[in-house]
Design a protein around this ligand. Structure first.
Ligand code: 5AD
Ligand code: SF4
Length: 472
């Protein structure tokens, strides 16, 4: 039989990007090879995201495009994976006759077996079972030459924010033992990786499940101190690791020990993405976020004092049920007070089986658009002011890629920096000290070590085709 080929298409968050890497790994482990695109694939996997609107609809219309391919080659298998698959399960088989497999995020290792069974005559299959009893955390083999890699430390979410579908699609929180996490990071660093991003839906609520006394007495109690110990352990035990990031922390688990770890560990970037969602206490309460705007600001101010120059980014929702103009103004005020240098902002949309559905969806789409626009303006302005303020300073850049003779990477504050190096130098995978010479709307231009800034040709900033922050 000739070699079978796969194609994986990914939507959504970094957790999904990482899951797609694992899907590729398990298929390769079973002898599949990557296809050049969907047209020459024997298996197409659509790894779906349902965190925001119309996810199912988007997935089904994408799958609809495969009809011709499937008619030409009936042996083509189409797999729906990820959060929409987990949430909708069996129902998707009825909605599209093109789908052969519906696969939940915890069932990735079973995919080759399921495909084989279907080849042997088994019917279309749904596998969406959470591994609650003995959770597995598959690692993904590092992509060749990749400077950066993800490592999962926990999965699922117990927070149950009232608007969010994730507790349904990713299941209850399960944590990975510290020894396994450290071991995976060591392996990745030995293979050339220099930056690790720890992943989890509320990554800083992590604790070590293999240490019996670690389990918080109440799932509702703020954690964060165990996670700080994990960061310290990784920094101490993996000396060649250059940078350790994590996403996404929950503000209520940003505890004092975690702030202290940020003050002391130079391996942590001087940046935090800390979703706040709203600046109105009433909205935060109805969202069930379990902090007030003041508490959020107090924590981030402590963090900023502990780590000079630290920048913040966030996630925001506009038009949550019952959000008034006054509530929205409180969000704008918080955005200014926290000084976010970037933000992902979204219009509220009802998600299946979430508590907020009972609150209605009373903010009109026009109002949501208008509020989003005002938010973009404030955040965009803060971003431009911040980037301009960096011109003339030096920053450490972890170089990740090259294009047209210019290298790019991220600064210690997570800004995208294009670096001009000396002729013949290739710093990919290295941390270089760069002098910032120009600020664009979303990135920076810098001169690498030993390069005279005056000799670096400046680039005209690209015409702005879209808003400065990502929107819904
Ligand atoms: N509507 C709009 N935005 C949402 N998010 C999550 N659920 C919804 C929803 N129902 C946003 C939050 C979260 C980000 C990943 O997606 O801001 O932090
Ligand atoms: Fe969703 Fe809230 Fe959990 Fe984040 S913390 S995944 S927004 S329920």
């Amino acid at each position: 039989m000739s070699v079978r080929r796969y194609h994986v298409q990914t939507f959504g968050c970094q957790m999904n990007v990482h899951d797609s890497e694992r899907i590729e790994d398990v298929l390769e482990g079973a002898g599949y090879e990557p296809a050049t695109d969907e047209r020459d694939a024997d298996v197409i996997v659509v790894n779906t995201c349902s965190v925001r609107e119309k996810a199912e609809h988007k997935m089904l219309s994408l799958v609809g495009r495969f009809r011709e391919l499937k008619e030409a080659r009936p042996e083509l298998r189409v797999v729906a994976a990820g959060c929409v698959a987990q949430q909708e399960g069996e129902k998707l088989l009825k909605k599209s006759d093109l789908l052969d497999v519906i696969l939940g995020p915890d069932n990735i290792p079973e995919l080759p077996g399921i495909l084989k069974n279907i080849d042997d005559g088994a019917p279309r299959t749904v596998r969406t079972v959470f591994d609650e009893i003995s959770p597995s955390f598959l690692m993904a083999t590092p992509r060749s030459n990749s400077v950066s890699a993800f490592v999962t430390v926990m999965k699922g979410c117990d927070e149950r924010c009232t608007y969010c579908v994730v507790p349904n699609t990713r299941g209850p929180e399960r944590y990975r033992p510290a020894d396994d996490i450290v071991e995976e990071i060591k392996q990745l660093v030995d293979s050339g990786v220099r930056e690790i991003t720890l992943l989890g839906q509320t990554v800083n609520s992590w604790y070590d499940p293999s240490a019996l006394d670690e389990k918080p007495t109440s799932k509702r109690a703020p954690s964060g101190s165990r996670f700080a110990l994990l960061l310290r352990r990784i920094a101490a035990e993996v000396p060649n690791l250059q940078r350790l990031r994590y996403t996404s922390p929950h503000p209520r688990h940003l505890t004092q020990p975690l702030i202290a770890a940020h003050a002391e560990l130079s391996i942590l970037p001087r940046h935090m993405h800390l979703p706040v969602q709203s600046g109105s206490d009433g909205v935060l309460r109805r969202m069930s976020r379990r902090y007030t705007a003041e508490e959020y600001l107090k924590r981030v101010n402590q963090l900023k004092s502990a780590v000079p120059g630290l920048t913040l980014s966030t996630d925001l929702i506009v038009g949550f049920p019952g959000e008034t103009e006054e509530d929205f103004l409180a969000t704008l005020e918080l955005v200014r007070n926290a000084g976010f240098v970037s933000a992902f902002a979204f219009k509220y949309s009802e998600r299946p089986d979430t508590p907020a559905i009972a609150m209605g969806d009373d903010v009109t789409n026009a109002e949501k658009s208008e509020r989003l626009q005002r938010l973009f303006e404030v955040v965009g302005e803060q971003q431009r002011t911040h980037l301009k303020s960096l011109v003339g300073t030096t920053t450490k850049v972890l170089v990740e890629s090259e294009s047209g003779g210019r290298f790019s990477g991220r600064s210690e504050r997570h800004e995208i920096v294009h670096v001009q190096m000396k002729e013949g130098e290739n710093p990919i995978g290295e941390m270089v000290e760069a002098t910032i010479i120009q600020a664009f709307d979303h990135s920076l231009l810098a001169a690498g070590p030993g390069v005279d800034p005056a000799t670096v040709p400046s680039r005209a900033p690209k015409a702005r085709t879209k808003l400065p922050v990502v929107g819904a």
